[in-house]
Write a protein that binds this ligand. Structure first.
Ligand SMILES: Cc1cc2nc3c(=O)[nH]c(=O)nc-3n(C[C@H](O)[C@H](O)[C@H](O)COP(=O)(O)OP(=O)(O)OC[C@H]3O[C@@H](n4cnc5c(N)ncnc54)[C@H](O)[C@@H]3O)c2cc1C
Length: 354
């Protein structure tokens, strides 16, 4: 009998596996490519909400956990994942500059918002009001992380690359069977596909589709991530990611012409050089009505768990949430009430059995 079965290997699944390894637990992972959020993500980590100049939920705490988490993955997988990348918030007006300086004085934020006004020195970017710099930011190469992690799991015989079939799951009090596997516990981390999971589909998970363009702009030579109405992220030599969009109705992973047009319009408002679009990707962010993750134990089945709802901040939240989930299961630790799925039990579950 194995200790765990993990369904879904995005950033949530990787973080769960890492915690299980720390606790020396045996596990298998089942993963398909029905969702691609982690694969297409910009991978930015940034503790500040750049629309309102406020600190993101528990961001300081999450950052302290995430940086060593990715460092240890770099060592384990022997790849570079964490690129320290300054994020420059482009100001659209004097008023915005003033709001930034007010915010940079506030407790909590002062560690992350530089109080200096930075002038734009790039002749190919339109930024007459300059920038404010967010501190302690960077980019995780999430696509490489997934690829390397998958290879490692394959070499250790821990990964089944297939679609999990919920109908084949048998849950008993002391153990769970699935096909030829017997495990003590199962953790679901399927991203937006959780909507198809009979155990957790009662949870109020919604979709926020996001799309990025990849553009080649040899003249631009910008080494900072620029945030205006979109992000312009240096990706590789002369290549930049531009995005992302936020769409709440379309649940497909297909790129659209409408999003391309929207992103190009926004890009043209800040760029003053030629560029060529070389790629477009799309994915679904698993989002929750109250913008907090979904972490915890099924209301009826005490050996069935979920980690989901990472929204647009999976890079920072996943390592933080997985520590709490595995500590809860293995050591009876607490799960932050704001992300514990029990906050929805009364309202949505009402004793329904899958
Ligand atoms: C365009 C875009 C840009 C983004 N940029 C950023 C960013 O810069 N910074 C940041 O922090 N976050 C960003 N995000 C958000 C981030 O990508 C998500 O928060 C995170 O990837 C969600 O991870 P997850 O593991 O929960 O889900 P996913 O990455 O969707 O992974 C779920 C996995 O489970 C698999 N699966 C599902 N159902 C089954 C099944 N039945 N059987 C087997 N396998 C199954 C899926 O195929 C997938 O591999 C972005 C998202 C998008 C779409």
């Amino acid at each position: 009998m194995l200790d765990y079965l993990v369904v879904g290997l995005g950033i949530a699944g990787v973080s769960i596996c890492e915690e299980l390894e720390k606790k020396k637990k045996s596990y298998r992972v089942i993963n398909d490519v029905s969702q691609v959020a982690t694969l297409v993500a910009g991978g930015l980590y940034n503790p500040v909400i750049l629309k309102r100049f406020t600190l993101a939920w528990k961001a300081e705490e999450q950052l302290k956990i995430a940086i060593p988490f990715y460092k240890s993955l770099e060592q384990k997988l022997n790849v570079q994942l964490d690129y320290k990348l300054p994020i420059f918030r482009r100001f659209a007006s004097i008023e915005e500059q003033n709001l930034w300086f007010e915010a940079s004085d506030k407790a909590g934020l002062s560690a992350f918002l530089s109080p200096k006004l930075l002038k734009n020195h790039n002749p190919y970017i339109n930024a007459p009001y300059g920038y404010g710099q967010v501190l302690h930011t960077g980019r995780i190469d999430t696509a490489l992380l997934l690829k390397s992690y998958e290879s490692r799991l394959v070499s250790e015989n821990k990964l089944l690359s297939e679609t999990f079939d919920y109908n084949l799951l048998n849950i008993h009090r002391e153990y769970i069977t699935y096909q030829g596997l017997t495990v003590k516990k199962i953790i679901f981390s399927e991203g937006f596909s959780m909507k198809k999971n009979p155990f957790f589909k009662y949870l109020p998970l919604t979709s926020t589709k996001g799309e990025y363009l990849t553009v080649k702009a040899p003249e631009l030579r910008e080494s900072n991530a620029i945030k205006s109405s979109i992000f312009l992220i240096p990706w590789e030599k002369d290549v930049y990611r531009v995005g992302a969009t936020y769409k709440w109705k379309d649940i497909s992973n297909q790129p659209t012409e409408a999003s391309k047009t929207e992103l190009l319009q926004k890009l043209d408002s800040i760029l003053k050089c030629d560029y060529e679009v070389i790629d477009q990707v799309a994915g679904i962010r698993p989002t929750v009505v109250d913008r907090r993750p979904l972490v915890g134990e099924h209301p009826v089945y005490k050996n069935v768990f979920a980690l989901n709802g990472l929204g647009s901040r999976g890079v920072l939240i996943a390592p933080f949430a997985s520590i709490q989930l595995i500590n809860y299961i293995e050591q009876n630790g607490d799960i932050d009430v704001e992300m514990n799925i029990h906050r929805f039990t009364e309202k949505y579950f009402k004793g329904l059995h899958p």
